[in-house]
Ligand binder design. Structure first.
Ligand code: KE4
Length: 449
């Protein structure tokens, strides 16, 4: 990383409750137009309290809000910004593409250029289709699985979030292997009943589901490392058992790598755990911060997708040239610098995750840290946190106070106990030191109040 990309000096973690007047005014204006003043619920800070700062710009590891406050960014647009904000090769690629128009609605060479890089990282992806969000990717993968098997039921795991398609906004039913119940208003129970929501890391429950519903489960979809209940790693052997069990029952195995793809390794969790799924979904990093989702996998299934096959799927901005350019610059850089990037992300994440946990222990505050590479969560509860039920025991009020205390000290953590923190290649020793110092002061302030 070139030094000039980092700010001249890192301000210490002294408390300086930042002013937020302009952000508050912007939030009030936004509330006239958008539910909760936001275009995605978690941005409203409802889980941690207070009014959300509005961002003016970002650079490297830093966010700058509308009042001029600066923060070290630990959510990176919910994952995509693995190379840091405004990374020059990505910015230049988008600028170059934009000069030729933002969109054509026709095919370009850039789509296959990016696809070549994706299949080099994901050998299980023989063919793919670009879409514009992770939600579209998982929704399309499930439609494809139902068409490929002629079956209706889908299995997901509690705490895993796969976007907001109706059939995936489903909570666990009354007992294991019973039908799901709507996880949102507006999801008809007839649709929810087509999804079974099982405990993550629970193979007994999965086997019971297949026994209770023989030859009717089309697919099992899983976050290979849960990020949406906070970070929860797979139990040893859980993912390989999912592969075996789905294959033995003629169901498809869908690995949702929207968050973990290119994050935990260049080939994501599939590389980390040597997975060979039938379908894979990608998002976030693959678009370099622009809207890109991918569903892909075995050719025998992907060739069922229109216009080749009977499974309809479409999108006005799918394969958008600016998004392709941003994705290409990002994935191309990660591939070229893989040997430097991932060890660096591992070392920096380990230092900050363990450094803050050590400050909590010194302050007598109970934390359980779950981490895989550069995604992690500090749970305010006793460990181990191995599924959503255990994660849900966390003291979310304590997390909210910690979040605010860190925000006041220039550290922006994801605004929910049930989200994962991320870093970028722009985070270094200075940011780790400032974060640990801020945590020391934040825990002290939690103890006093
Ligand atoms: P999008 O539709 O938000 O692009 O992707 C949905 C999705 C699918 N699969 C996984 C594993 C995901 O993590 C996501 C989206 N993640 C959330 C953050 N936890 C997006 C942030 C938000 O909803 O604002």
């Amino acid at each position: 990383m070139t030094a000039e990309r980092r700010p001249a000096k890192i301000r210490s973690a002294e408390i300086r409750a930042p002013k937020h007047a302009h952000s508050q005014a912007l939030h009030q204006r936004a509330e006239q137009f958008f539910p909760g003043g936001v275009n995605s619920p978690v941005r409203a800070f409802r889980a941690v309290g207070g009014s959300p700062p509005f961002i003016d710009r970002a650079q490297g590891a830093y966010l700058f809000d509308a009042d001029g406050n600066r923060y070290i960014d630990y959510f990176g647009s919910w994952g995509p910004m693995i190379l840091g904000h405004a990374f020059p090769p990505v910015v230049e690629a988008i600028e170059r593409a934009a000069r030729n128009s933002a969109s054509f609605g026709a095919s370009t060479s850039a789509e296959a250029d990016l696809a070549e890089h994706i299949v080099a990282c994901y050998p299980a992806i023989e063919k793919m289709r670009f879409v514009s969000s992770g939600t579209e990717a998982t929704m399309s993968a499930i439609r494809l699985a139902r068409a490929a098997t002629g079956r209706k039921l889908i299995v997901k795991f509690e705490g895993c979030y796969h976007g907001h398609a109706d059939g995936l906004l489903v909570k666990a039913g009354s007992g294991v292997a019973t039908f799901g119940i709507p996880g949102s208003a507006g999801v008809p129970k007839e649709i929810a009943r087509l999804t079974l929501a099982l405990p993550y890391n629970d193979l007994k429950a999965l086997k019971a589901a297949f026994a209770a519903h023989p030859k009717t489960i089309a697919a099992v979809i899983v976050e290979p490392i849960v990020g949406n209940a906070g970070c929860i790693p797979p139990a040893p052997g859980f993912l390989s058992a999912l592969r075996k069990i789905t294959a033995s029952h003629g169901a498809l195995f869908i690995v949702d790598e929207v968050m973990t793809g290119f994050r935990v390794a260049l080939g994501g969790a599939c590389r980390l755990y040597s997975l060979d799924p039938d379908l894979i979904t990608l998002g976030k990093i693959v678009g370099g911060g622009l809207p890109v989702g991918v569903f892909g996998g075995k050719r025998v299934f992907m060739d069922l997708v229109s216009p080749l096959g009977p499974v309809y799927q479409a999108g006005t901005l799918s394969g958008n040239p600016l998004a392709m350019a941003a994705g290409l610059a990002t994935i191309g850089y990660l591939q070229k610098h893989e040997r430097e990037v991932y060890p660096r992300l591992e070392a920096t994440s380990k230092a900050v995750a363990e450094g803050v946990a050590a400050e909590a222990a010194r302050a007598g505050i109970l934390l359980t840290t779950n981490r895989v590479g550069s995604m992690w969560t500090w749970f305010f509860t006793k460990g181990p946190v191995t599924n959503y039920t255990r994660a849900a025991r966390s003291d979310t009020k304590a997390f909210g106070r910690f979040h605010r205390a860190m925000l006041d000290r220039g550290i922006w953590l994801p605004p929910s106990q049930f989200e994962a923190a991320f870093i970028s290649t722009a985070h270094g020793d200075a940011e780790v030191k400032a974060t640990i110092a801020a945590a020391r002061a934040a825990f002290a302030s939690l103890r006093e109040n």
